[in-house]
Design a binder for this molecule. Structure first.
Ligand SMILES: Cc1cc2nc3c(=O)[nH]c(=O)nc-3n(C[C@H](O)[C@H](O)[C@H](O)COP(=O)(O)O)c2cc1C
Length: 416
């Protein structure tokens, strides 16, 4: 940074959630990039991180009390919010979002927020039930329409041992978002503002495995967790689309604001997709079983000392190709996934041609990559326009980028 240039000043509000420890890393990243950081710690926040750790990393005192005579004489609360270039709330608790949505000003953090005319970037962090609660969703929508910017929350493992949406964005993601807002990176800033690249569009997403019965109690399945498909459905919803999620059996909670159709077999999934048409975009992220057992065992097959039963496999309907090759009601954009354990790009390119879809998202699911069931993915987008390879990303971030890419393609197709 040139000698006389003023360092950008971030006013970081640290709320009372487990994820407060990640704010220490955020401060480290900001300081490393020559930002000045002033920290405001809520009373609850101080239960999770100490003012000493925050002050040491920020290289500045930490502000905690609205009625501190010393702080008010040194720097009044109005001045504290005015001097900042950007206000960042990380973690933004359910409580803090509720207060902000109501315009309450009953502690230093909420008063600063109300007294500020600067952009505000919030990184929500809470248990998934708290996040999906209608009250929190209402507050989130209200704040978004008031102009508050949001990064996350991500879908993932929570401190409480549960899994779902509500996990705070990683410090690196918040750091990137701060830079996007301050340096006017229009595309990301637009996303953070929740402006909706798929507004008015209908998106159908498939996710998870299918279970193919052998008899009434046994089935053939695969290791798909559904996490990537659910993350895509959530990202499409956040981009303003009406989303139908056709899901095989998974251990994930339903997504707020997304119509969920639960299915078990590939044939059920094909029928549910058919019923959800017409749509603008179809994203086939499910790991649909290629074969099912050609059986009509309506009772459990018994082990009776004879040789094991011979299972004959027959092909399942090809959902992706069927949708891509429709002559009537074909979605404007049909996106398939190619999960491969070898020759990733070669197989994916062939799949694009074979299925007749517009884009294939190739992902390497060889066991050492830990993609199936894991939280990260390395994707390559293959279409007639070329190939785009992304580095290893969290499945939420991969979904966000994919939806952003799809939004751009749809606007070109639609001339919008
Ligand atoms: C152990 C523990 C962990 C908590 N984690 C969170 C959390 O991750 N997100 C959240 O919204 N609230 C969480 N809470 C509740 C908040 O701390 C509580 O709502 C508090 O009033 C928030 O205050 P603040 O928004 O002023 O920081 C947690 C509470 C406890 C006791």
């Amino acid at each position: 940074m040139p000698v006389n240039e003023k360092k950008p000043l971030i006013l970081l509000i640290v709320g009372g959630g487990i994820a407060a420890y990640k704010s220490l890393e955020l401060i480290r990243l900001l300081r490393g990039a020559e930002f000045e950081v002033r920290v405001v710690l809520t009373k609850a926040g101080a239960q999770f991180v100490t003012p000493l750790s925050l002050a040491s990393l920020a290289g500045n005192k930490v502000y905690e009390d609205l009625f501190s005579l010393t702080d008010e004489t040194e720097m009044g609360h109005i001045e504290l919010s005015r001097q900042a270039d950007l206000l960042v709330i990380a973690p933004a608790t359910a409580d803090f979002l509720a207060k902000a949505a109501q315009g309450l000003a009953n502690d230093l953090a909420s008063t600063l927020l109300l007294a500020s005319d600067k952009s505000v970037l919030a990184a929500p962090a809470m248990n998934w039930r708290m996040w999906l609660h209608p009250a929190t969703q209402r507050n989130f929508e209200r704040l978004r329409s008031d102009g508050m910017l949001f990064i996350g929350p991500n879908h993932g493992a929570m401190a409480c041992g549960e899994f779902g949406p509500g996990r705070m964005a990683e410090p690196e993601e918040i750091f990137a978002a701060i830079n996007a807002v301050l340096h006017g990176q229009k595309r990301l800033a637009k996303d953070l503002a929740g402006r909706e690249s798929l507004a008015g569009k209908k998106v159908v997403v498939t996710a998870g495995p299918t279970f193919e019965p052998i008899d009434p109690v046994r089935y053939i399945a695969n290791r798909s967790s559904g996490k990537q498909g659910y993350a895509i459905a959530a990202a499409a919803r956040d981009a303003g689309a009406k989303v139908v999620l056709v899901s095989g059996p998974v251990a994930l909670p339903p997504l707020a604001g997304v119509e969920l159709v639960r299915v078990e077999t590939a044939r059920d999934m094909a029928a549910a997709v058919e019923a959800a048409l017409p749509c603008d975009v179809f994203i086939a992220a499910a790991a649909v079983a290629d074969w099912r057992v050609d059986s009509d065992f309506d009772q459990k097959i018994k082990k009776n000392g004879d040789s094991p039963p011979a299972l004959k496999l027959v092909e399942n309907p090809d959902i992706l190709a069927t949708v891509a090759r429709r002559s009537k009601n074909r979605p404007s954009l049909v996106v398939g996934f190619a999960a491969e354990t070898e020759k990733l790009l070669e197989h994916a390119r062939k799949k694009l041609a074979r299925k007749g879809c517009d884009m294939i998202v190739a992902n390497d699911i060889s066991p050492e990559k830990g993609v199936m069931g894991g939280d990260q993915n390395t994707l390559v987008l293959i279409s007639a326009q070329g190939e785009v390879a992304w580095p290893k990303l969290g499945k939420d971030e991969a979904a966000r980028r994919l939806v952003e890419h799809i939004g751009e393609l749809v606007s070109k197709i639609g001339g919008g």
